[in-house]
Structure formats: structure tokens, C-alpha cells
Design a protein around this ligand. Sequence first.
Ligand code: FE2
Ligand code: FE2
Length: 155
Amino acid sequence: MVGPLEAGMMRVHAELDSALHDHQVALLDRDPARARRTFAEFAAKLREHIADEETHILPAYAQLGGDASNSPASQFEVEHRKLLAFVVECEQRLAQLGTAPGDRPILELLDRQSWFKSLMQHHDIREGRVLYRLFSDRLPHADQELILARCVSAR
Ligand SMILES: [Fe+2]
Ligand SMILES: [Fe+2]
């Protein structure tokens, strides 16, 4: 059964997907200002969500026995570093957007983001199936609610 923490954080993942989608629509519209603004919104939410997971979720996951599984907390942290490094790369590319003529910079960004989207999808699926599933299976709902209430990204 899906517990409140799993449900709440899966909703955050869906919101992140939707924020990235809005940004890509702005890229397709060749609107650099809107592309930068929508990416900034996505990046802020992703950073907030990762901070929530590393502060409130992964330590509790390790305590619940997650570190004894094939997916220890450290593995999720490694993936977070990759996601965050990509966000910085994207911010740098977006800062240059509109300074050179032609569509090549936009197409390059979309190519890089397609790689990033599969990384994020893989990460989100593993969090759903392994990380948050462990909370659903092992932690009483009231305790899950307490953790969820501390997560800024889920508000
Ligand atoms: Fe994560
Ligand atoms: Fe997550």
C-alpha cells in the first residue's frame, strides 16, 4: 500500500516533470527570457527536493534498513550530485542563449536535456520502487506524515 510519504514525494516528482516540460515549451517557442525563468523555477524546486531528501529522508531510510539493501543512501546521493551538476551546466548554457544567431544552441540544450530526463526518470523510478516503498512498508503512517511535514518541497 502506498503510504503518505511515498504519495507526497511522488507528487513532487510529477511537479518537477511538469516544471521541466514548461521550460522545454519555452525553448521550442525560442523565448530565452521565459526559458531562463522556467528553468530557474525547475532548478529551485529540484534543489529544494534534493535537500529535503538528503536532510530528512535518506538518514531515516538508512536507519530503517535501506543501507543493507542493493540501493544504499549513498547511491541516491551520487545520483543527486549528477543531477545537480547538470543543472549548473544548463544554467550556463541558458545564460548564453540568444547571444548567438541560429537554432543550434537550443537544439544542443534539448539534446542534453533528453539525456538528463532519462537520468531523472531512472532516479525517480528507483526512489519510488525502493526508497519510498521502504517507508510505505515499514513505517507507521503517523511517522511518515511527520517526515513529510518537514519537507519544504512537498508544501
Ligand atoms: Fe532524489
Ligand atoms: Fe525524489
